[in-house]
Design a protein around this ligand. Structure first.
Ligand code: FES
Length: 86
């Protein structure tokens, strides 16, 4: 199984709709961050499906190392700009 790529070293602010299901990119290869675009094929990684529990903005992880996916937990602060894309 492949390791996730650090898509960015900051979270993405997205507007979620209560009750809607989303596919959160886990592999870091999607061009539609923070959501899945199918680029995980062949990595052994699969997107994390989640259902929004309220309307409003959320900060979703783009470093792909959060302990609380799909949400940012601050872990991205340990990654430098040089590590983005690796
Ligand atoms: S973007 Fe991954 S923990 Fe913040």
């Amino acid at each position: 199984m492949s390791q996730p790529i650090i898509a960015d070293n900051k979270p993405a602010r997205v507007s979620l709709k209560n009750g809607k299901q989303y596919a959160f990119c886990v592999c870091g290869r999607s061009e539609s961050q923070p959501f899945c675009d199918g680029s995980h094929q062949g990595t052994g990684l699969t997107p994390k499906m989640f259902t929004a529990e309220k309307d409003g903005d959320a900060f979703l992880c783009q470093c792909k190392h959060t302990a609380n996916p799909p949400f940012c937990d601050g872990t991205h602060k340990t990654f430098s700009d040089d590590q983005v894309g690796q």
